[in-house]
Design a protein around this ligand. Structure first.
Ligand code: HEC
Ligand code: HEC
Ligand code: HEC
Ligand code: HEC
Ligand code: HEC
Ligand code: HEC
Ligand code: HEC
Length: 299
């Protein structure tokens, strides 16, 4: 599949060089003449709406910049555009993700086999489409630091939402992730060194990006049989019991992961107590120093 994509890239690149980048830009300018205006919208029969503004600079900076708009929108060459079949914005978006599948068949097949894709096929409206995670016109390479460091927030948009997850009987996991080692490190990278990708595990390192499955599914990368192999992709020397260090996306408490919780409590007390003693010692020392000076002066 990579070969097919590279072939597309090669054809596009050659066309681009031969016909000139300017030709594509000029062709796209005809569409952008109307579509760069803010506030352009499509209204669907059920009343739902979708913004129809495409940002020229951000499209130009995306991985698909060499593509003419009509590669993906073959039906829209003339205006007024032909009538649309979709009754709602969601139905339009679900149909439009087939556009991505034409060139990225591998990602699309993995997605269709995973929980998200299967739920879309059942008609669920709360699950992500290709464009929910990648956008339609501002696609960046997922290997960039910005995309990687932001991946937990991307998944967290839904996996932090109590009401949404309850409807599907899935536990909320985002909050616990932000408090465990990998989450803390990744957040630090996002804030302090946003130009470097976090080495710690983000959601997709353990769950994959597209074929996400419940841990109860034997094919899942985090099923009891597979989880150690998943950890070992980074912790190469991890022993047999390594995965038991995993606290299942749950905050440790007296009842759950008791030892981890007690160590946590120990540090909660130890660190502030150490700081308090140090501050008190410094204060006493300072006070003694002033006291001695005063006595000497008086004497
Ligand atoms: C004269 C202005 C104009 C031009 C030129 C234009 N569009 Fe549009 N387009 C619109 C408007 C307005 C809408 C909102 C819905 C509608 O009126 O059809 C829209 C909607 C769309 C949609 C979403 C709805 C649908 O029918 O799928 C797509 C995709 C689209 N345009 C692509 C393009 C492409 C690609 C080009 C260039 C080849 C282009 N447009 C040229 C004005 C224009
Ligand atoms: C790589 C394929 C691809 C290219 C290239 C592309 N589009 Fe799109 N476009 C899509 C997809 C997929 C959607 C459906 C997006 C969604 O889920 O909302 C879409 C949707 C749209 C819409 C409907 C509103 C929306 O955002 O959903 C408009 C308007 C549009 N495109 C215009 C353009 C214009 C103008 C260009 C060229 C500058 C362009 N597109 C280039 C794939 C593409
Ligand atoms: C006409 C073919 C075509 C279509 C349609 C298309 N892409 Fe691409 N896409 C490419 C090419 C070519 C590249 C650059 C080569 C590569 O990295 O695979 C690319 C790159 C990407 C990348 C970066 C890959 C990487 O490894 O850095 C992502 C992510 C991506 N596309 C997502 C999408 C999404 C989402 C859609 C639908 C909105 C879409 N593509 C539609 C051809 C296409
Ligand atoms: C839930 C969010 C999400 C959805 C939905 C999603 N992706 Fe991705 N995608 C990602 C993440 C995260 C990565 C980075 C994976 C990595 O670095 O291991 C990625 C990577 C990619 C890549 C780069 C190469 C690869 O396969 O790793 C392509 C191409 C791509 N996605 C296309 C698509 C297409 C096409 C769809 C729809 C069928 C889609 N994605 C749906 C999150 C998503
Ligand atoms: C738009 C909301 C949304 C986004 C974004 C999203 N998910 Fe989901 N996810 C869901 C919903 C809803 C389900 C439940 C689907 C079902 O059970 O049919 C789900 C199911 C899952 C499951 C299976 C859980 C189980 O026990 O059934 C995993 C694992 C998962 N998602 C991981 C991820 C990862 C990793 C990301 C980011 C790369 C992500 N999700 C992004 C909404 C989302
Ligand atoms: C993408 C690579 C990656 C994957 C996959 C991964 N980890 Fe990590 N992990 C790291 C990095 C890097 C660190 C050190 C930085 C930090 O503490 O976040 C780390 C730290 C840890 C720590 C803290 C102690 C230490 O060695 O620093 C534990 C425990 C841990 N990981 C357990 C796991 C478990 C269990 C799994 C599998 C369920 C797993 N990891 C999967 C990259 C990964
Ligand atoms: C270090 C590996 C690792 C990382 C990183 C990770 N997970 Fe998990 N995840 C697991 C394992 C192992 C399980 C299965 C055991 C369990 O339930 O905790 C799991 C379970 C889940 C479930 C199933 C919960 C249920 O009720 O069925 C979801 C959903 C999920 N993770 C989403 C995410 C999201 C979203 C992120 C990022 C914010 C993430 N995971 C990051 C390893 C990881």
């Amino acid at each position: 599949m990579r070969r097919a994509r590279l072939a597309v890239l090669a054809v596009v690149a050659v066309t681009w060089l031969w016909a000139g980048r300017a030709a594509v830009a000029q062709e796209n300018a005809a569409c952008l003449g109307c579509h760069e205006a803010a506030g352009t919208e499509v209204t669907f029969p059920d009343g739902s709406r979708l913004g129809a503004t495409v940002h020229p600079q951000r499209f130009g900076a995306s991985v698909h910049a060499p593509l003419p708009c009509v590669t993906c929108h073959a039906g829209q060459t003339d205006y007024p555009h032909p009538p649309r079949a979709a009754r709602s914005a969601r139905a339009y978006q679900v149909a439009a993700q087939q556009i991505c599948a034409t060139c990225h068949a591998e990602a699309a097949a993995a997605y269709a086999a995973g929980s998200h894709g299967r739920a879309v096929a059942r008609g669920a409206t709360d699950v992500p489409l290709c464009t929910s995670c990648h956008t339609a016109h501002e696609v960046v390479p997922p290997a960039t630091a910005a995309f990687r460091n932001n991946a937990p927030e991307l998944c967290g948009n839904c996996h932090a939402d109590e009401a949404l997850m309850a409807r599907y009987g899935v536990r909320v996991v985002y909050q616990a992730y932000t408090e465990e080692f990998h989450g803390v490190t990744t957040r630090l990278y996002r804030i302090v060194t946003p130009m470097s990708p976090s080495p710690a595990a983000v959601c997709s390192d353990c769950h994959t990006a597209h074929r996400v499955l419940p841990p109860t599914d034997p094919a899942s990368t985090v099923s009891p049989a597979n989880v150690l192999a998943t950890c070992r992709t980074c912790h190469a020397t991890a022993g047999r019991f390594f995965a038991t260090a995993w606290t299942e996306h749950r905050a440790p408490s007296l009842r759950f992961a008791t030892l981890v919780y007690l160590v946590q409590v120990f540090y909660w007390i130890l660190i502030p107590a150490t700081v308090a003693v140090l501050v008190a010692l410094t204060a006493l020392d300072l006070w003694y120093w002033v006291w001695v000076r005063r006595r000497r002066r008086r004497a």
